[in-house]
Write a protein that binds this ligand. Structure first.
Ligand code: URA
Length: 187
């Protein structure tokens, strides 16, 4: 089994797909093996590609606010994406790209071993929960897969585009916090 830093250096040099040709930095993820909750986004955007860090742009700012609203900070969470390199013009990752990249995420899940996995947006939910996942119908629902408690909620960028999604996202975050507190008590 790799350590997180060993896996990170592999990902930073990855050239399994064409996204490696246009990226500035591969964005591995942030957090530690202490974290019991993992958030999974879609893929790096412009700022993330430049800095090599996940969720540092506008969507990241909103994500931080949403975490703060449930009394969590970045230090409490592991955060990564389905694809580690920026799709040009922020298009959705192609199936071929996520298929090539998802092994890295599988390793991250194995190493971090979180109890809770939250998919941010439809791309993550389709890759993690179910291929035909409908985010508007199924967000906020908890799924159990082995030891993992999995939920999908709206991607912060989707909330920035449509503020009507805020109310539902807030309900989801309250539910995430409930699960987080329950599991923290059990450990
Ligand atoms: N959007 C994502 O899905 N991931 C990031 O890291 C930044 C924006």
């Amino acid at each position: 089994m790799y350590s997180l830093s060993e896996l990170e250096s592999i990902v930073r040099k990855c050239n399994r797909c064409l996204l490696s040709k246009t990226r500035t930095h591969a964005v591995f993820g942030e957090g530690s093996t202490e974290n019991i909750i993992m958030f999974i986004g879609e893929g790096p955007g412009y700022n993330e590609d430049k800095q090599g860090k996940p969720f540092v742009g506008k969507a990241g700012e909103l994500f931080d606010k949403m975490l703060a609203a449930i009394d969590l900070t970045r230090k409490d969470v592991y955060i990564t994406n389905i694809v580690k390199c920026r799709p040009p013009n922020n298009r959705n990752p192609l199936e071929s790209e996520s298929e090539k990249c998802i092994d890295y995420l599988r390793w991250q899940v194995k190493i971090v071993d979180p109890d809770i996995i939250v998919c941010l947006g439809a791309v993550a939910a389709k890759n993690i929960i179910q291929k035909d996942f409908k985010i508007t119908n199924k967000r906020g629902t908890w799924y159990t897969r082995g030891k993992y408690n999995i939920m999908a909620t709206y991607h912060p960028a989707a909330i920035l585009r449509d503020s009507n999604k805020k109310r539902d996202a807030w309900e989801d975050f309250k539910s995430i916090k409930k699960m987080y507190d329950k599991i923290s008590k059990e450990i």
